[in-house]
Design a protein around this ligand. Structure first.
Ligand SMILES: [Zn+2]
Length: 451
């Protein structure tokens, strides 16, 4: 952490002449935590990134007169955000709403503002580190309204900034003044480094995700529970229509194998209409964020056997809460792998990670990711993950006992695979004693041949 009041633990040199800069104050006008400074030699005023979040690696210096940027990392989006924010400052009077839980004279500020949901959430996960390691400091969390309900218990104050997350990259003059005023109210203020990719060993999601509604009546008797994390700005398919066809087919395939399936849709947008067929369909999509809906989504994530979705921050909480994840990764996102995955802190064996977090790579619009491969992968996970996990532990455990929690899953899937991957599979004289009826095999065959 970095001390920022009453003194500032920071030194820097003028990018023009190398003189030690005079630090005149702190500027926190949004997601950036900056130092305000002036060069005693050439008289130029600069803003400099403090080593917080992404600026830990790529701090930027900005000339306050010319808006010229000095940096060495060529971290394009990060540099551009600062310059654009500085040149387009927001004059509207927007200040945080303070939720105060207890008095503290010495505080640590965790700035979770960002222009991306995923970045904000990942910064928020740093709060636990300070609650546990720095109990002598009151933790004050600067957070967009959309994440207030995820701030863990034990913080001194929540400073709720009432703007949409995507607006968090802007430069708010009113916030800058408000923060400077805040700093004078405490004996000492520190700033969290707000690591942008915290290790799964330093946070425990249940401390962030709580007060969820009881959904047991809705899912009673349903198994497995498969959740699709839906979005319309990054599609599974060339168009919304193509995505709709994919989702309908996926649901149909899974419901043909698992008669008691519950298929849940969460996410923003309602343009794709999915028709209920055999299995229970629970559609919780919405057009606009609200806290109750978010809590409902998280309640379903917590009981999901598998969550599927296109790569992106929509997969962060599902990956951290559900038993397993299947992520569809567009070609252009291959460089971002794992940035939208929250691992369980309880992983002891790296093989558990490979079991529970699966990826299917496709072209840039995922039009070549067939529903058959997604469905078969999900079936494999549902049917066999538990047994694989057992075998991984056998050498380190006294017990060699293993029982499936849902033995019918492995039977249904084994039967389906044996038929599907048998060249004579659609010879319906096969011994069809299972719940996979001729009707459903025909449906699956039709789905296969349509692709
Ligand atoms: Zn200078």
């Amino acid at each position: 952490m970095i001390k920022i009041s009453p003194t500032i633990d920071f030194n820097a040199k003028c990018p023009s002449d190398g003189a030690d800069l005079d630090i005149t104050g702190v500027a926190i006008p949004g997601m950036r935590c900056l130092i305000d400074s002036i060069c005693p030699c050439c008289g130029t005023a600069y803003y400099l990134d403090l080593p917080v979040a992404h600026a830990l690696w790529s701090p930027v210096i900005l000339n306050q007169k010319t808006a010229e940027i000095y940096e060495s990392r060529k971290f394009y989006w990060f540099n551009k955000l600062l310059k654009e924010g500085f040149l387009n400052q927001v004059d509207l009077e927007i200040v945080p709403i303070v939720h105060k839980f207890f008095e503290a004279n010495r505080i640590i500020i965790v700035n979770c503002l960002d222009f991306l949901y995923g970045h904000s959430l990942l910064k928020l996960l740093n709060v636990q580190r300070h609650l546990d390691n720095d109990p002598e400091l009151g933790c004050c969390v600067l957070v967009p309204s959309q994440l207030v309900h995820l701030v863990p218990d034990g913080v001194a104050e929540i400073w709720e900034f009432p703007v949409a997350i995507k607006e968090g990259g802007k430069w708010y003059c009113s916030l800058q003044s408000w923060m400077n005023e805040q700093l004078t109210q405490y004996e000492e203020c520190y700033l969290s480094k707000a690591y942008p990719h915290p290790s799964h060993r330093v946070y425990d999601l249940p401390r962030f995700v709580r007060n969820l509604p009881d959904i047991s009546p809705e899912i009673r008797g349903g198994k497995p529970i498969i959740l699709y994390s839906y979005r319309e700005d990054r599609l599974w398919g060339r168009t919304l229509t193509h995505q709709q066809r994919n989702l309908q087919k996926l649901y149909t395939r899974l419901s043909a194998i698992f008669p008691d399936l519950v298929f849940v849709l969460i996410g923003f947008g309602n343009n794709n209409k999915i028709s209920a067929t055999r299995a229970k369909l629970i559609d919780l999509r919405t057009d606009r964020f609200n806290v109750d809906c978010d809590r409902l989504w998280m309640a379903y994530m917590c009981v999901s056997d598998c969550v599927i979705g296109v790569h992106g921050s929509n997969m962060l909480l599902p990956s951290g809460l559900a038993k397993s994840t299947v992520e569809l990764v567009p070609q252009s996102r291959l460089g971002n792998i794992f940035q939208d995955i929250l691992f369980s802190r309880h992983f002891q064996d790296i093989r558990e990670g490979f079991l529970n977090y699966r990826f299917i790579y496709g072209n840039d619009n995922l039009s070549d990711v067939r529903t058959s491969i997604v469905a078969d992968l999900i079936m494999g996970i549902i049917a066999y993950n538990e047994r694989h996990s057992f075998w991984f532990k056998v050498s380190e455990s006294e017990s060699n006992e293993f029982n499936y929690s849902n033995p019918e899953f492995s039977q249904l899937v084994a039967q389906y695979f044996s038929i599907r991957y048998n060249p004579n599979s659609y010879n319906l004289k096969t011994k069809l004693k299972s719940k996979i009826t001729k009707f459903h095999l025909d449906r699956l065959h039709k789905l296969d041949t349509e692709e």
